[in-house]
Design a protein around this ligand. Structure first.
Ligand code: NDP
Length: 307
């Protein structure tokens, strides 16, 4: 059985930042990249809001840089998925890809969250070409254009009002005849003149060409079809944190995110730390994930020292 001091699970900005810090602290971290190496950022195009890149950078290039930086200090970055983990005793026992067994003294969980998509073929086809699950990341590319947001919760309303401040017109496509969002958020939507709410509408198809999205075909519950001429199609129908393997072992909140002691990365299990979107339903930014990866590394280092 392989023995590891610090095991990092997940390869988004949180995981790689934790790897940079723990490798510089001589803790010889081993990082498993998981199902989506590089994480959610590899599914976006340009990142313009990460401090330090005045010209912007693509998500893939940024993740490659973070990986190189972690490896430069000796982090052992590996392909593989954690298929089993036993956090009931220390050292923690972990199985990678159903076979390779590891004993880890400490674990940093940075498995992220995945945006939910509608599941349409056309939506997949134009992902990163007008279809996005993050208005804060991609809204700017549709300045003074028309866009649509799907969803009726707080995220959808927040994204619609944010987009309304930069885009010409925003359609909010809501499947029910009411918004699930908080009253305050609803009022903001209803008081924004360039947002048109389409209640009881569902998306039938995202339309586009080689240049990306050109429109969306929506159908009302009474069967009427309509084509909206838009260039950006934003999904805001929720996220699911990637916690399957930790269920029943780490305390989760009511939405399924890993609970941490506020202001720290400490989970309900001593020696297990969480960073990034897997514990953050609110901010979900590369920079906040990276910051929390640093916090997890420092918490982990201090905890190991105290052992
Ligand atoms: P929610 O689960 O609250 O809302 C998801 C929305 O997407 C619902 O309106 C839902 O419709 C709709 N939806 C789900 N699946 C589909 C589908 N297949 N087709 C069409 N519509 C669909 O997720 P949010 O991300 O909005 O919020 C998550 C949590 O975070 C909430 O607790 C929210 O309050 C909180 N939050 C708070 C914020 C704040 O306080 N500033 C900002 C953002 C989020 P339906 O209603 O019909 O189920």
């Amino acid at each position: 059985m392989e023995k590891v001091k610090v095991l990092i699970i997940g390869s988004g900005p949180a995981g790689f930042t934790a790897a940079i810090y723990t490798s510089r602290a001589n803790l010889s971290p081993v990082l498993y990249e998981g199902i989506e190496p590089g994480g959610q950022l590899t599914t976006t195009t340009e990142i313009e809001n990460f401090p330090g890149y005045p010209e912007g950078i693509t998500g893939t290039a940024m993740m490659e840089d973070l990986k190189k930086q972690a490896m430069r200090f000796g982090a052992d970055v590996r392909r593989g998925i954690i298929t089993d983990i036993d956090l009931s005793q220390r050292p923690f026992r972990v199985k990678v890809d159903h076979e390779h067994e590891i004993e880890a003294e400490a674990v940093i969980v940075s498995t992220g969250a995945s945006a939910k998509y509608l599941g349409l073929e056309s939506e997949q086809k134009y992902r990163g070409m007008g279809v996005s699950a993050c208005a804060t990341c991609d809204g700017f590319f549709y300045r003074k254009r028309d866009v649509a947001v799907v969803g009726g919760g707080d995220t959808a309303c927040e994204e619609a009002t944010y987009l309304a401040s930069i885009c010409r017109k925003v359609y909010l496509i809501v499947r029910k005849n009411y918004l699930r969002a908080s009253k305050a958020m609803q009022e903001r939507v209803f008081n924004t003149p360039n947002i048109e709410v389409l209640f009881e509408h569902n998306t039938a198809e995202v339309l586009g060409d080689e240049g990306g999205v050109t429109g969306v075909r929506v159908v009302s519950t009474s069967g009427e079809e309509r084509v909206l001429d838009i260039m950006g199609f934003f999904l805001a129908i929720g996220h699911h944190p990637n916690v399957e393997v930790f269920k029943g072992q780490l305390e989760l909140d009511e939405q399924g995110y890993i609970k941490v002691v506020p202001g720290t990365s400490k989970t309900s299990v001593e020696g297990v730390f969480a960073a990034g979107d897997v514990k953050d339903p609110h901010y979900r930014q590369a920079i906040t994930a990276a910051g929390s990866g640093c916090i997890a590394a420092l918490d982990c280092e201090r905890w190991l020292l105290a052992q």
